[in-house]
Ligand binder design. Structure first.
Ligand code: ADP
Length: 443
């Protein structure tokens, strides 16, 4: 379903006109009200009157996460604090969090883009949505909540965790939709299997999953386990929160529509920062076009993806591919370039494993060492009667053989020797927002 036909189907030249007008007023707002932007542009020698359209954006310097940190807590505001409606923090795990703030109208925009996203994912007015995103400082929980209400859904604000209760309420309330991180949706799916629940006792039709990278393998496990269609939602606090883009459930795998009338996307080279043509992978850079409290101009997301209009069938807006890595994420381990997504790529070869993994880096004796933690697929283990109480130390021969096969595959495909440790379903440590950190760098 299309939530806002006027904006989502707007002809592209008209959309450009809207974007250009909004960009000019965003730049004025930022320059006139935020000393950070005034200094940034003055020092770069930019004359803002020369920036008339989104095509001129590349002349401006980037805004980066450290700029937000340096202006903690309210230095990036373009409005007096008395005009704020809400303040959130991003789920940063180190140092001071990144603060983001919203006016009443910003909350309206946030709800609008989430409503569009949920509708694209197959949600409809009248459906019940169990929202298993964390409520709190993290933008996910309340952000989804407001958008779902705007769409006309009934929200069950259960927040993250408490899998047993999640399952009980999904069954008793017969919610048609679930929002969660993909790793948590998988935890629910696996717990259902483990408990021998009959999926026919549930009424789920769609899941809208995001806030962390996930793979097609994970999608199919969640879709099969919960008997629904799972779509991707993408976003980041600095730009608004979840709902910057969303996949259409009938166009799965072809990318997520970016709501271009509110967020203008560019792809740039991760080293030079130069703009790249559509279709080429690079860093996603986003400019907010309507945000009042905290306009963001050319925000360097660090997320690596592609942009293209090629697959935009139902709407005029551009699509972004899945996040294939982070600009700061490529690791060089003992001389080998390594992205943790390379681990995700080999997991489907092992039916004994789930798609949840975590890469832990350490440096014993000044040499980088990598350990991959992987959650097992409990239904497989149950089926074959392999005990999994003690997966690692003193494991039975089958498990030892499995671990050595995974190690061999990693060595062959990635070119690095890594230790492998198996975990029970749902037991890899998650961050506060319920996200599974794919990389723990303890070096
Ligand atoms: P949020 O509160 O929306 O999760 P954060 O600022 O805490 O925002 O984290 C945003 C980051 O999370 C993004 O820059 C990206 O790296 C990651 N992320 C969010 N959604 C997705 C997604 N669907 N796929 C991959 N990564 C995602």
């Amino acid at each position: 379903m299309i939530f806002n036909t006027e904006m989502e189907l707007m002809p592209i030249d008209k959309l450009r006109t809207v974007q250009n007008e909004r960009l000019v007023s965003t730049l004025q707002r930022a320059y006139n009200n935020i000393p950070f932007y005034k200094d940034l542009y003055d020092q770069a020698g930019v004359n803002l009157s020369e920036i008339k359209s989104v095509n001129d954006l590349h002349k401006l310097p980037f805004t980066k996460k450290n700029h937000l940190r340096e202006n903690y807590p309210f230095g990036m505001l373009a409005v007096p604090q008395t005009e704020l409606s809400r303040v959130h923090c991003s789920s940063g795990t180190t140092g001071k969090p990144t603060v983001v703030a919203y006016t009443k109208n910003d909350i309206e925009v946030f709800s609008e883009v989430v409503a569009r996203s949920l509708a694209a994912a197959g949600c409809k007015p009248g459906m019940k949505l169990q929202n298993a995103y964390g409520y709190g400082l993290f933008t996910g929980g309340i952000g989804i909540h407001y958008g779902a209400e705007k769409l006309g859904m009934a929200v069950v604000p259960i927040s993250g965790g408490g899998t047993e209760k999640q399952i009980m309420l999904l069954k008793d309330f017969q919610a048609e939709a679930l929002t969660a991180t993909p790793s948590y949706a998988l935890t629910i799916a696996e717990e259902l299997k483990k408990r021998g629940e009959d999926i026919r006792d549930f009424n789920l039709k769609v899941a809208v999953l995001g806030a962390e990278p996930w793979s097609e393998a994970l999608r199919s496990e969640v879709e099969q386990g919960l008997n629904l269609k799972a779509s991707n939602i993408y976003g980041l606090s600095e730009i608004i929160g979840p709902g910057v883009s969303n996949e259409d459930f009938e166009e799965q795998g072809t990318g997520s529509y970016i709501w271009e009338d509110h967020f203008f996307p560019e792809i740039v080279d991760k080293v030079t920062g130069e703009p790249l043509p559509y279709g080429e992978p690079g860093v996603l850079v986003l400019t907010s076009l309507t945000k009042e409290a905290m306009p963001m101009v050319r925000y360097w997301t660090g997320d690596i993806t592609t942009l293209t209009y090629e697959h935009s069938e139902k709407r005029t807006h551009i699509k972004m591919g899945p996040i294939i890595g982070r600009a700061d994420d490529m690791m060089i381990i003992r001389g080998v370039n390594f992205f943790h997504t390379q681990v995700a790529d080999i997991l489907p070869d092992f039916p004994q494993l789930s798609a949840n993994y975590q890469v832990v880096l350490t440096r014993p004796k000044n040499m980088d060492a990598v350990e991959v933690g992987i959650e097992i697929n409990p239904s497989y283990f149950n089926h074959y009667g392999i005990p999994f109480d003690d997966l690692n130390g003193g494991a039975p021969d089958e498990v030892k053989k499995l671990i050595s096969n995974i190690q061999k595959k990693i060595k062959d495909n990635i070119g690095l020797g890594m230790a492998v440790k198996l975990y029970q379903n749902g037991s890899l440590p998650q961050s506060d927002g319920g996200k599974l950190n794919r990389i723990l760098d303890n070096r």
